[in-house]
Each structure stands twice: as structure tokens, then as C-alpha cells.
Ligand binder design. Structure first.
Ligand code: NAD
Ligand code: IPM
Ligand code: MN
Length: 367
């Protein structure tokens, strides 16, 4: 069956890391997989061309493919734009209109990088946690919002809002994933200070009791959870949390793996007519303006996001495993982009060289 991909490379290092993913897709096409790839603009790149970070036409194309692959959006050039046309709004529109409510952010520590984490090797070696971040609601989208005047001063307003069904559906995603992993879910909110946190806790409990009693469920206040992720990350299997806490906790978990340049993500919605979920895959990192244009960005987060596409959109688990193993091979060989550090046993490489090495490792594994 044809697999339609829309690539939105975006800004900064987005196009640089996505170019390596394109090579990986081409490699899989040579293996006989029927990918049909198209490209379009998002973020600052779309703003420059069309005056909006996502055109209606691009939105429509995104709705019509099997999976969207996104690089990164944003950058200092766009910092002073009106809020409504900021690059990030393009990405948020995609997430909202495709209703991609479950954002899967795995943090896995490859053995070769265990000494490069900001934590001690013992704490991170073998780490494999999955953060499930709610992605289409909460304070990112709640109304009322905006900046207005109250008397003599300005007031900034955002609303943290969750409905019962929004909480229940992402909780189900987390429980389903846990069943295929170590069968444990930890839910994080701040029910000590937020009514929406109380509802979050209670709905997760109710879904658990009614449908997933076989899964081990625990709860943590999100601030304590952040501390525990850094203190003893291997205690976790699946973490389910809201949009904002999930954003923070996943960047935090990224450093356990050695670099933000390592973390992939899948944003999934309801099944489409063909049975595949609505899906967008993107690295957790941003456009990294500080290193953009220098050919030294780490393409691994973006490449591993494509591995997630193989697994979650196309049911190609063996191919996903092979791609992840190829990444592990090149790290074990000692290849490192600058974000992954250096020691006497490693060799510093740029973005393209890292991509080429992964293709070679794929060749070796396919032979
Ligand atoms: P960032 O993730 O772009 O960068 C944070 C740090 O990590 C930087 O020092 C950067 O060089 C480094 N880094 C990130 N990815 C890397 C990679 N692949 N290889 C090597 N080093 C890497 O976060 P930021 O600097 O806070 O944000 C920059 C812009 O990106 C902002 O406009 C922000 O809104 C946007 N952003 C976009 C996304 C997205 O598109 N999904 C995510 C986060 C931030
Ligand atoms: C992420 C980013 C985005 C977010 C921004 C760029 C909208 O930080 O994907 O983690 O806050 O969700
Ligand atoms: Mn983020």
C-alpha cells in the first residue's frame, strides 16, 4: 500500500536534519517500500513566502497524507512578529486541526552515550521511558487568552482548561502503550493547587478502574515528578501529563539521553478511514538558531522520529527496530555530532556525515 508523507522541514536546523531523513526514506524506497513524498512550507519559511506560518492549502495537504514529518520552526528573525503569525502558531495549528492529542516522547539512553548524560551512568544506562504529553488542549489553547488592559496596567491571560473526554482519551493512549511495555503508568498534575489537576487525577483513576485495572497506576505532583525524573529516572515506564507539564518534563528527560538532539516524538490522533492514526512526527528540539547553517546539528532526533513513523503509522516495527539499531551502531562506532561531546574514543562528525554513516549501518544490517 502506498504511504504518503508530507515533509515540512521548517526553519533553522529543520531543513538540515530533514535532509538526512530524506536520505533514509530514499534508502527504504530502494528496499521496496512505497513511500510517496511531497514537501511544503511551515513556520518562518511559510511566513516569508506567504505571510502566514501555515497556509490553508498546506493544512489541507497535511490532512490528506498518512503522516506529516516536521523539522522545526522558529528563530530570532521572527521574534518580533505579531503573535498570530509567529512560526510556532503554524505548528500549533497543525496539532490542533489534526487533533493530535497524544504526543509520545520516548527518552531512551543509548549505551554509547551513557557517559555523556548530565547524570551519572548508573542512573541512565538502559533508561527507557515514554512521556505521553496531551497536545491539543490545556493552557496552550484555553480561552480566554490574550493581553489586555486593566486600569493602568496590562494583564496577560491564559487559561488552563481540560474536559473529561480530553483527559480520558490521552489516559487511554498511555495505558495502551504501558501494556506493550512494562505495564506501569505514572500520571502527573498539580491537584494540590489546580482544580483541573483534581479532575485530571480523578479521570485517570476512573479510566484505570473501568478499563485498565491490569496496569499499575501511580500519581505524582508534577513538580515532585520533575525532581524524580532527575533523581531516579529508571523508576518510570510511561508518564502521562498535560500539555505544558509535558513540554517541560520532556526537555528535562532529553538530557538524560545525552542531548536534546536525540529525542524524537510522535503526535497521534484518531484513526483515519484507512485505519492509520492521524500523525505528525517531529524531533523534540527546536530550530537551534545558535548552530543553524553550520552543518553540525544532530540529525538523530529527526531520524528516530521517522523510525516512530515506521512503527506507529505503517506498522513496520521490524524496519523501525532496524533503523534504531543502525543509529546505535554509529554511536557505538564513536561518531559524535558536537552536541554529543568528545573523548579519545570518538570522532567528531557533521550532520551529513552522521546521516551517511547511518545509511551505511542500514546497508550492513540489510545485507
Ligand atoms: P532549541 O531546541 O532550538 O535549542 C536548545 C539548545 O539545544 C540549543 O543550544 C541548540 O543548539 C541545542 N540543540 C537543539 N537541537 C539540536 C540538535 N539537533 N543538534 C545539536 N544541538 C541541538 O530551543 P530554543 O533555542 O529554546 O528555541 C529556538 C527556537 O525553536 C524558538 O523559536 C522556539 O520556539 C523553537 N522551537 C521549536 C520547536 C519545534 O519546532 N517543535 C521546539 C522547540 C523550540
Ligand atoms: C515543542 C515546542 C513547542 C511546544 C513550541 C515550538 C510550540 O517547544 O514541541 O516541545 O511548546 O509545544
Ligand atoms: Mn518544547
Amino acid at each position: 500500500m502506498t504511504m504518503k508523507l508530507l515533509i515540512l522541514a521548517g526553519d533553522g536546523i529543520g531543513p538540515e536534519v530533514m535532509a538526512e531523513v530524506v536520505k533514509v526514506i530514499e534508502w527504504h524506497k530502494r528496499q521496496g517500500l512505497d513511500f510517496v513524498v511531497s514537501h511544503d512550507l511551515v513556520g518562518g519559511a511559510a511566513y516569508d513566502a506567504h505571510g502566514t506560518p501555515l497556509t490553508d492549502a498546506t493544512m489541507e495537504r497535511a490532512q490528506g497524507v498518512d503522516a506529516v514529518l516536521l523539522g522545526a520552526v522558529g528563530g530570532p528573525k521572527y521574534d518580533n512578529l505579531d503573535f498570530s503569525v509567529k512560526p510556532e502558531r503554524g505548528l500549533l495549528r497543525l496539532r490542533k486541526e489534526m487533533d493530535l492529542y497524544a504526543n509520545l516522547r520516548p527518552a531512551q539512553c543509548f549505551d554509547a552515550l551513557a557517559d555523556h548524560s548530565s547524570l551519572k551512568r548508573d542512573l541512565v544506562a538502559g533508561l527507557d521511558i515514554m512521556i505521553v504529553r496531551e497536545l491539543t488542549s490545556g493552557v496552550y489553547f484555553g480561552e480566554p487568552r490574550g493581553v489586555s488592559r486593566e486600569g493602568n496596567e496590562r494583564v496577560g491571560i491564559n487559561t488552563h482548561r481540560y474536559t473529561e473526554s480530553e483527559i480520558a482519551r490521552v489516559a487511554r493512549s498511555a495505558f495502551e502503550l504501558a501494556r506493550k511495555r512494562s505495564n506501569r503508568v505514572c500520571s502527573m498534575e498539580k491537584r494540590n493547587v489546580m482544580e483541573a489537576g483534581i479532575l485530571w487525577h480523578d479521570v485517570v483513576e476512573e479510566v484505570h478502574k473501568a478499563e485498565y485495572a491490569d496496569v499499575e497506576l501511580s500519581h505524582m505532583l508534577a513538580d515532585a515528578g520533575a525532581m524524580q525524573i532527575v533523581r531516579a529516572p529508571k523508576q518510570f515506564d510511561v508518564i502521562v501529563t498535560d500539555n505544558l507539564f509535558g513540554d517541560l518534563l520532556s526537555d528535562c528527560a532529553a538530557m538524560l539521553t545525552g542531548s536534546l538532539g536525540m529525542l524524537p516524538s510522535a503526535s497521534l490522533g484518531a484513526p483515519m478511514e484507512n485505519g492509520r492514526p492521524k500523525a505528525l512526527y517531529e524531533p523534540v528540539h527546536g530550530s537551534a538558531p545558535d548552530i543553524a547553517g553550520q552543518g553540525k546539528a544532530n540529525p538523530i532526533a529527526c531520524i528516530l522520529s521517522f523510525a516512530m513513523a515506521l512503527r506507529y503509522s505503517f506498522d513496520l516495527g521490524a524496519e523501525a527496530d532496524r533503523l534504531e539499531a543502525a543509529v546505535e551502531d554509529v554511536l557505538a562506532e564513536g561518531l559524535r555530532t558536537p552536541d554529543l561531546g568528545q573523548d579519545e574514543d570518538t570522532r567528531s562528525v557533521g550532520t551529513q556525515e552522521m546521516g551517511d554513516a547511518i545509511l551505511k549501518a542500514l546497508d550492513a544490517r540489510a545485507a
